[in-house]
Structure formats: C-alpha cells, structure tokens
Ligand binder design. Structure first.
Ligand code: ZN
Ligand code: ZN
Ligand code: ZN
Length: 350
C-alpha cells in the first residue's frame, strides 16, 4: 500500500492529501482480502492527522515541494459531504471540491434552513419573499396577523424585481380604462347597438363580481404550508393581509393582469360569439378596475356615507376579525348567495 501511494504521489501533485482528501484511486480497494472496504474510517483517519500526513508525504516526495491548499479543505467540511466526495474518483472529487465549494456551502446552508423550519422567525428588515416559505405550517397564522403601518416591507433584494412589486393605484384605471373603451367600441363597430353593448358590459361586470368572489375565497385564501406554496400565496394575497395598509402592494400589477387576461379572454370566448366577446370581456375588465380602485379606497379613503362606509367596515372585518368570511369587496352579494356572510355580532361591533 505504501509503495502504491508513493508512486502515485510522484506522478501527481497531491495537494488534496495535504488536507486529508483521499480518493477511491488511492485506496488498495482492488486488493483481495483487503480489510479497507468502507470509505469512512479511512477518510476519518486522514482527516484527523493532517500534520502526520504532511511529514509522511514530504519524506516520500521532494521535501521542498510547495503544497498549495485547496479553497475549501476537505478536512474542514461536513463529514457527510466528505464521504460523498470520497465516492468519486480522485480527479473528479478534487475538481468538485475546487470549483463547487461555494455551491456545497450553499447546499449545506439550504439544508440548515429547511431543518430550522420549526423555529424559523421572519426578519422584517430583510427582503421577505424568500423568507416566508420557511414558516411552513406556521405561515398561515403569521400572514394573518396584520402589521398596520403605511410603510411596506421590502420584497426582493433585487431592485428590478422590487420595482415590479410596487404599483401605484392609479396605474390600474390609467392603463385598463382605455383598453375597456377599445373593447366596447370594437363590439359597436362590429354592428351591435349601444344599448346591447351596455347590456353585455353589465353582464361582464356581474360575471366579474362572481370571479372576484371565487378568486378571493378559493385562490387567495387557499391553505398552504410548503415552501413554494407559501411564497406564491404571499405574493398573491398574503402580502396584503400581512401589511394591509401598504398602498403600493394593494392593486394588481398591470403586467400580471395582462398575462391573466389571456386565459380569461379565451374563457369568455367559449360562451360568447365573436362580436359579443369584446363587450362582455370589456365589461369584466371594467368590473376589475372598479374592484381594484374600490379596494384601494376602502383601505386608504375615509368614506362618511353609505354604501362606501358600510363596505369599508365590511372589508376591514375580513382583515381584522374573521378572515374566512366576507370575501366580497365591491358588494356582499356572493357572500349572501354562498353563505359566507360574517356573523351579525362581529359585523355590528365592527
Ligand atoms: Zn383576503
Ligand atoms: Zn388571507
Ligand atoms: Zn383588503
């Protein structure tokens, strides 16, 4: 065995031996009747006494030879990682060590984070989006404990992504009302009378109120507990429940709306004719614009008269009292139909 090693050392620059890295090819594993069958005690031995090894090495090879250390010495890394690396041929193993030490470090960091799930706490001063998933089973409870401050949290470390999460409320009518106008006039140009188009648009608005209810109840309040599901929920609606007064994370970002328009357009197309689709869809889009503006007003406006005053009470009840009731925002119509009206007592209190 010693001869084998000495020969190998002469052929290669064994910097990794310096740090206790011994690959499969260093082992007399092809010897019959060898007692060394498992990598663990072997690597442990080498990792334990780097000083001894160096002396041994230097007497066997040129004592003046300089030995350059690896970026992440294997004797310093996780024993499990070391054992995994020892499963590779030496060249591959040392390559992995040299070039992917950073990645290995990140991998162990991620593993630690996942293991920490039970006692994970969110640092509100750091970007939130990639943190909240770690809350696991505790996420839903955390996200429904609101922080009432006008100042919103940071979502992403990246400035471009962060910019995309901030939407001023007036961007919604500014961008979508011209589209609504264009859609309605398209149906007019296709030969429908104004009164018919108005009727189709009204139907679109009615359909929207149902879509609003269904989305809010079943998608925005879906129960999540895994990392990515929590993260998605936070971006979609969780952020609004955590920071209800964050005025820049209240309305839907136009880029996301534009993407969602495609499936909704096709859905409307299934039930309408080519000339009525624009008017009905335009009505739905108008309903959406009214919903987002109303929602913003309910949080940031001070209505003194009904029905807005009542709607504000109704929606704040959804935020601060019973979060699994009162999903309607522009009206309580579908809450009445589907029986999710909040109980009378808390409605009176609010
Ligand atoms: Zn909600
Ligand atoms: Zn919620
Ligand atoms: Zn709200």
């Amino acid at each position: 065995m010693e001869d084998y090693r000495a020969n190998a050392i002469e052929k290669q620059n064994y910097t990794e031996l310096e740090h206790g890295y011994v690959g499969l090819f260093d082992r007399p594993r092809f010897e019959r009747g060898s007692t060394i069958s498992c990598a663990w005690p072997f690597s442990a031995l080498y990792a334990a006494s780097p000083e001894k090894r160096r002396k041994k090495l230097q007497t066997k090879t040129n004592p003046n030879k300089k030995i350059t250390p690896l970026p992440l010495p294997i004797c310093h890394c996780n024993p499990l990682v070391r054992e995994i690396l020892l499963l590779f041929p030496r060249r591959i193993g040392s390559f992995l060590l040299e070039h992917f030490s950073q990645i290995l470090r990140h991998c162990s960091w991620i593993l630690e984070m996942v293991a920490q799930e039970e006692e994970f706490t969110v640092d509100l001063n750091k970007p939130l989006v990639f943190q909240v998933g770690h809350l696991g089973e505790q996420y839903q409870e955390w996200v429904h404990q609101p922080i009432v401050s006008k100042e919103g949290p940071r979502f992403f470390g990246n400035n471009v992504l962060e910019f995309l999460t901030r939407t001023k409320w007036y961007a919604v009518p500014l961008i979508w009302l011209p589209v609504v106008f264009w859609l309605l006039t398209t149906s007019l140009r296709m030969g429908h009378r104004l009164s018919d188009v108005a009727l189709m648009a009204a139907l679109g608005i009615l359909i929207w109120t149902l879509v609003e209810y269904v989305l809010h109840r079943f998608l925005f309040h879906i129960n999540t507990n895994s990392y990515w599901a929590n993260t998605a929920h936070y971006l979609l609606h969780g952020c609004h429940h955590k920071h209800p007064m964050d005025g820049l994370r209240l309305v839907f970002p136009p880029a996301a709306t534009a993407i969602l328009c495609i499936p909704f357009w096709n859905l409307v197309g299934l039930f309408t004719t080519a000339s009525t689709t624009p008017a009905v869809f335009g009505g739905g889009l108008l309903g959406y614009v009214m919903y987002d503006c109303t929602h913003y007003y309910l949080h940031h406006g001070q209505p003194s008269h009904d029905p807005a005053k009542h709607l504000k009470k109704y929606h704040l009840n959804h935020h601060f009292r019973i979060q699994d009731k009162g999903f309607g925002i522009t009206s309580s119509l579908w809450d009445i139909v589907f029986g999710t009206l909040p109980p009378q007592i808390s409605a009176k209190k609010a």
